[in-house]
Design a protein around this ligand. Structure first.
Ligand SMILES: Cc1cc2nc3c(=O)[nH]c(=O)nc-3n(C[C@H](O)[C@H](O)[C@H](O)COP(=O)(O)OP(=O)(O)OC[C@H]3O[C@@H](n4cnc5c(N)ncnc54)[C@H](O)[C@@H]3O)c2cc1C
Ligand SMILES: NC(=O)c1ccc[n+]([C@@H]2O[C@H](COP(=O)([O-])OP(=O)(O)OC[C@H]3O[C@@H](n4cnc5c(N)ncnc54)[C@H](O)[C@@H]3O)[C@@H](O)[C@H]2O)c1
Length: 443
């Protein structure tokens, strides 16, 4: 701890790239401040993961009912207004709760816009604060297509706050947000058209698994238009035409889901000499930027890791260990798991199926899970798992497509993360009957 500065550590941004590390750091006695220009908690609780998964639960229930409709009779429908109200009930209190948590640890929460002045000073709306170390955790924002009428398109934040469900929704892009929101809107009763830039959705995932999800959405009525270039939006925001190379698309709501870009502008990077590029802020293997004492964490940091909440949490907690002297080691990332919360879901960790099949370093086991008795209960017709082992038969990768893929991959994570051998795996006994116990038995 130092007495020369207002704070030992000052964070710009109050998302997971900050708060999961700032609280334990303050608990160790460090003087900490967090600057936030918008809602405390950042994207994930306010405009991302939490709201999305709240809206998705009724979708999953409807899906399960459809598979068991001879047992659970009747036609279920999703009341969009009530679903949205429930989402608000779940997430609206989160910024206050997180701010309360930060303050309970003695952290100063500075509401305002942070900008670097020098390597120890941050300007917050005209007032300077000094700190021994500064962490830039400013996150990403939605990319917006640069075509005429682009202001008529909406972003993921607007979709997650839609008070009424549009009759028709056009979604531009076929990545995480496009596929998850297509699933939610389709289940709630909207006609959905996905305008794909190329001919492949969810490029980060194995094609065979993605095809299962795309074909399932097609069967449910979602239209996919491949190789589409958007040229212009015209008309009105709630009744527009999207001009494309594949002809006009008439829609009530256009969602621009063409990726997210880093918040690197107007935060003093050039003035102070912090290097960045179109991916974000460049950091070394200790998450330090090109300027000593200034670090970056979460989505805005270029680490080669997927830009996800678990990555942001891991990075902010690593910085806590580094700043408190618990470690001087470079950051060593575990395998970061990821899931696309479609219906069925795709979840993956470690070495992908495509990568494994190209190399003789690995053995690949493919399992058809539809035959499993536990899946028969809910009549799952899409359920496949691939396990990738190294030469010593350690599990190094796993991918599943099924309604419960997220839970399955989560339950076998310790085997990948800790490189457990068979004797160690056998020491862990799961609850029975659960989806995790069956997955563990296969290792
Ligand atoms: C729709 C959607 C769904 C998602 N779903 C998932 C999911 O299911 N699972 C998952 O793992 N990940 C998901 N993500 C990604 C996840 O939300 C991010 O990886 C995570 O929020 C990154 O945290 P962060 O702290 O790095 O950035 P953010 O949470 O974006 O926080 C950055 C904060 O910095 C603030 N800020 C920026 N500039 C300044 C400034 N100059 N001064 C003060 N404050 C500033 C911003 O207002 C923001 O609050 C989703 C993202 C979206 C958009
Ligand atoms: N379940 C999750 O963990 C989850 C969910 C949502 C978002 N996220 C995070 O947020 C990030 C952003 O999500 P996203 O879906 O916006 O990005 P993405 O990178 O997953 O997908 C972007 C899509 O836009 C398309 N695209 C790019 N340029 C285009 C153009 N000019 N015209 C048409 N299409 C174009 C791409 O082909 C791709 O399909 C993700 O990469 C992920 O890090 C995670």
């Amino acid at each position: 701890m130092t007495n020369n500065f207002d704070y030992d550590v000052l964070y710009i941004g109050a998302g997971h790239g900050t708060f999961d590390g700032a609280m334990p750091l303050a608990a160790k006695g460090y003087k900490v401040a967090v600057v936030e220009a918008d809602k405390i908690g950042g994207t994930c609780p306010n405009w991302g993961c939490n709201g999305k998964i709240a809206l998705d639960l009724p979708v999953q229930l409807k899906e399960t009912q459809q598979r068991l409709k001879n047992i659970i009779k009747g036609d279920l429908s999703i009341d969009w207004t009530q679903n949205m109200l429930n989402k608000h009930k779940v997430i609206d209190g989160l910024p206050g709760a997180i701010e309360g948590g930060l303050k309970a640890f003695g952290i100063d929460v500075l509401h305002g816009y942070g900008k670097l002045v020098d390597n120890h000073t941050v300007d917050v709306d005209g007032k300077n604060y000094s700190a021994d170390k500064i962490v830039l955790a400013t996150g990403l924002r939605p990319n917006r297509l640069d075509v005429p009428g682009k202001e008529m398109a909406s972003d993921s934040k607007e979709f997650l706050n839609l008070e009424e469900l549009p009759v028709h929704i056009a979604i531009i892009g076929s990545g995480y947000i496009a596929m998850e929101f297509a699933t939610i809107a389709n289940a709630a009763g909207s006609q959905v058209t996905v305008l794909m830039h190329g001919d492949r959705a969810l490029r980060q995932f194995d094609k065979e698994y993605v095809d299962d999800v795309v074909n399932d959405l097609k069967e449910k009525g979602v239209k996919f238009v491949e190789n589409t270039e958007v040229k212009e939006f015209h008309g009105e925001k709630c009744k527009m035409t999207i001009e494309t190379n594949n002809g006009p698309i008439f829609t009530d709501f256009a969602l621009d889901a063409t990726g997210r870009i880093p918040n690197v502008e107007n935060i003093g990077l050039d003035e102070v000499g912090v290097k960045y590029d179109e991916r974000g802020i460049i950091v070394d293997d200790h998450l330090q930027t090109s300027v000593e004492g200034i670090y970056a964490s979460g989505d805005v940091a270029v680490t080669g890791q997927p830009k996800l909440t678990p990555t942001a949490i891991f990075e902010s907690q690593y910085l806590t260990s580094l700043f408190s002297g618990e470690t001087t080691d470079p950051i060593e990332f575990p395998s970061i798991p990821t899931a696309v919360f479609t219906s069925p879901r795709i979840a993956q960790v470690g070495v992908s199926v495509e990568e494994a099949k190209k190399s003789d370093e690995y053995t690949v086991e493919e399992h058809d899970m539809t035959a499993d008795w536990y899946r028969a209960i809910t009549n799952e017709h899409i359920a496949k798992r691939t396990l990738v082992f190294d030469k010593q038969h350690h599990l190094v990768g796993a991918t599943e497509v099924s309604p419960e893929a997220d839970s399955v991959i989560d339950s076998i994570l310790p085997a990948v993360a800790l490189q457990l051998d068979k004797s160690q795996i056998n020491k862990i006994v799961h609850l029975f009957p659960t989806i995790g116990s069956d997955a563990w038995q296969q290792l």
